[in-house]
Design a protein around this ligand. Structure first.
Ligand code: FMN
Length: 357
């Protein structure tokens, strides 16, 4: 193993220097390790997906992630509109007024796994402006052969009887399809948890059961992947949301969005409604995936939350996830360093862990 560690380290150096044109091919030739993965029927060269957030909202970022070699990219989530520009969820187009790195010394005494607490929402642009970005981004993905996945949120009903504003969903999906997108995550954003409409379990289950069906009314062959909320109703309800998504014809689910809590800032003592990931999110999300498998609910899963090392990736893959979506660690380390550490760290990277197994 020692000789192999040195060789993996060398490969990582070569990747940092931009000297590896085919990282996955080189890994296979040298170590017999196949890094390929999938996202539904899409083939990915490796399982690391850039998750939706502040690193996937500019064309230059998409290009940098493609050059670095991510398996796929999910765009920053957009609030959809109908053809007249109406957007009932526009209150979620909000800039963060608060973003703070935080280390929980109780679970992370060495401070290796910081989390970001923030109170921002979905992309702040109106849909026409966002579409211009999404179109250029899609072309970049095509050029580098990296799949691009859309992430949207449109009207959500507030009680068990309200009717859906279907036009917002259809118009948004159609416009995105026209510029090439076919894979749609639905961002059930953690900030919905602060909303009264997320307090009623039946209403939440309606979202998961009915929104995928509405998206399918668009005249394109699309795949729908709702992101599961992390609510406080317990593990059974987390499973219920996935089952509702499955009943609604979802092609897969992303498990699961960040935790929403209040956060007290040290000095000023101000309290913010904030969302965060980290080790606690990883523990929760893995528990959910394990429970789904235990109950033989075999819907395809894209996993997200608290991936800082290749070991975390292997844990999620061993639980049956198809891939992982990463954000915090990339914000900490940069596009290139994060990806090459995740895959090629000589101790904790995916390749090293697979060789040790
Ligand atoms: C600043 C920030 C913005 C985010 N924005 C979105 C978003 O627009 N849509 C979404 O589905 N998830 C969003 N997320 C969640 C991430 O995509 C990811 O699922 C989550 O942070 C867990 O992964 P991590 O622990 O690697 O950060 C955001 C997260 C952060 C930290």
């Amino acid at each position: 193993m020692r000789g192999e560690s040195v060789e993996i380290g060398r490969l990582r150096e070569a990747a940092f220097k931009g000297e590896l044109s085919d990282l996955e091919g080189e890994v296979y030739r040298r170590f017999g390790v196949d890094l390929s993965a999938c996202y539904l029927d899409l083939e990915l060269k490796n399982p690391v997906i850039l998750a939706p957030g502040p690193l996937s909202q500019r064309v230059s970022q998409i290009e940098r992630a493609c050059r670095a070699g991510y398996g796929a990219i999910v765009l920053k989530s957009v609030v959809g509109e109908d053809e007249h520009g109406n957007a009932s969820m526009s209150f979620l187009r909000r800039k963060p007024s608060f973003m703070k790195w935080y280390i929980d010394r109780e679970v992370d005494p060495e401070g290796r796994y910081p989390t970001i607490h923030w109170n921002g929402g979905l992309d702040t642009r109106r849909f026409p402006e966002y579409l211009e970005f999404a179109e250029k981004a899609y072309d970049v993905g095509e050029r580098f052969n990296v799949p691009l996945i859309a992430s949207i949120l449109c009207h959500l009903v507030s009680d068990p009887d309200e009717e859906w504003n279907v036009d917002e969903w259809i118009y948004t999906v159609e416009r995105m399809c026209e510029i090439g997108y076919r894979y749609f995550e639905i961002d059930f954003c953690p900030f919905l948890k602060g909303e009264r409409r997320a307090e009623d379990k039946e209403t939440v289950l309606r979202w998961y059961r009915e929104a995928p069906k509405i998206i399918r009314e668009a005249p394109y062959d699309v795949k729908v992947i709702p992101k599961i909320l992390n609510l406080d109703f317990g593990l059974d309800f987390q499973v219920e949301m996935v089952k509702a998504a499955f009943d609604g014809g979802s092609d897969g689910v992303t498990i699961a969005n960040r935790l929403y809590r209040t956060f007290r800032e040290g000095g000023s003592g101000r309290v913010y409604g904030s969302s965060h990931g980290g080790l606690e999110l990883k523990r929760r999300n893995q528990e959910q995936i394990r429970e789904l498998r235990r109950r033989s609910i075999n819907i395809p899963i894209s996993a997200t939350g608290g991936v800082y090392t290749g070991r975390d990736i292997i844990e999620y893959l061993n639980l049956g996830s198809q891939n992982v979506q990463v954000l915090t660690y990339i914000m900490m380390s940069g596009f290139e360093r994060a990806l090459y550490n995740l895959l090629l760290d000589p101790r904790d990277g995916v390749v090293a862990v697979l060789i040790q197994e």
